[in-house]
Design a protein. Structure first.
Length: 364
């Protein structure tokens, strides 16, 4: 009995000592694992310090979402790039006709190379020089009036923005924008129905005994520049105001709130906030207008020209068309167009340089 009791006691002591030893062993194993982890360097850290392997970190292989998005954006610009190349740069190869005596249907390869003969003829022929002088006068006059009235879309956009009734503002904007989508042929048809010798305006004025004979609105060269300006303004006023309306929507409303707190009325807010905020957009469009000083277009003046007003309505683009297609002198027409393009590029560079120095605003 004594032995059994002793053995139980001994076994109890042995069990308690086993538990007591197990805890230090567990602590030692955790400590050894931590020391082993500290002693062994991290492979990723070594790779980061390695210039060859560290450069590969952060690089994603394959077709990533960013690359896919960039490629899709590039694909969206391809059609526009193709259009620019086809209609802006590819026609420049036609300048070669200015150095040949090209007479269709003879191919260009069989035409005589004349060098700068057509350019020399522009300045040496007195008749040609006089005609070009009148054409340039018409071009400068009409373009100058267009630049002087270039603030019309700005004023119209500001006035339209001040209309509080939304439905009335939308009606005015729609009615003034629709004429932009009417071709100049239809515009002339409207003008002929209204202002011809037997048109509605002359008929009404004669019936009211304001005039005794019809007024020659269309078949007269008097004030033809003003007439063309009015037709251009009617056709493009609403369309030209769209950019300024977009710029107006981008003005910070807090500027107007601060001005109201300071006691500024609507007119003072327009002068000191609205107009200065619109000036960058206006300057850019003005620079583009000056660069297109010689590009009045042809369709408007082509449909309105007649034997009575041709001398004062013939601008440079219409003159080039009449020489090339009417007189079958494509080489001379190409030479004039080439000079016009070069002058336009110089004008754009001059205006851009001036705007950059004066206001810090430029296109390129």
């Amino acid at each position: 009995m004594a032995l059994k009791h002793g053995s139980r006691k001994g076994s109890g002591e042995t069990g308690s000592s086993t538990v007591a030893v197990a805890a230090p062993r567990t602590q030692m194993s955790v400590l050894q694992a931590a020391m082993a982890a500290t002693a062994q360097p991290d492979e990723s850290a070594l790779n980061a310090n390695d210039p060859k392997q560290g450069s590969n970190l952060g690089k994603k292989k394959g077709w990533t979402p960013d690359k896919r998005h960039g490629f899709m954006m590039w694909l969206m610009t391809v059609p526009f790039l193709i259009l620019v190349v086809l209609f802006a740069y590819y026609p420049l190869f036609g300048w070669v006709y200015a150095f040949y005596d090209y007479q269709p249907p003879v191919p260009l390869s069989e035409s005589e190379f004349v060098g700068f003969q057509w350019f020399h003829m522009l300045w040496s022929n007195p008749t040609q020089l006089k005609t070009i002088g009148q054409v340039l006068l018409n071009t400068f006059g009409i373009s100058g009036l267009g630049i002087l009235t270039s603030f019309f879309p700005v004023a119209f956009a500001i006035a339209l923005n001040e209309i509080r009734s939304k439905w009335f503002r939308n009606i005015i904007q729609t009615l003034t924008t629709l004429p932009n989508f009417i071709s100049w042929v239809l515009v002339y048809a409207i003008a002929f129905a209204l202002f011809s010798s037997s048109g509605m305006v002359n008929t009404v004025l004669q019936d009211l005994h304001f005039i005794s004979k019809p007024v020659r609105f269309l078949d007269s060269g008097e004030h033809i520049w003003i007439k063309m300006l009015l037709w251009s303004t009617w056709k493009g006023l609403g369309w030209g105001a769209i950019l300024y309306l977009a710029a107006l929507s981008g003005i910070d409303p807090e500027l107007y709130e601060a001005a109201q707190v300071d006691g500024a009325n609507r007119w003072q807010q327009t002068i000191h906030i609205t107009i200065p905020q619109l000036m960058p957009t206006y300057i850019v469009l003005l620079m583009l207008s000056v660069s297109n000083f010689l590009n009045n277009g042809m369709d408007q003046y082509f449909v309105f020209q007649n034997a009575f007003n041709q001398e004062h309505i013939q601008v440079l683009d219409l003159y080039v068309y009449n020489i090339g297609m009417g007189n079958n002198s494509l080489s001379l027409a190409t030479a004039i167009s080439m000079l016009k393009s070069l002058v336009s590029v110089v004008l754009l560079w001059l205006v851009n340089t001036l705007a950059k120095r004066v206001r810090g605003t430029s296109i390129f």
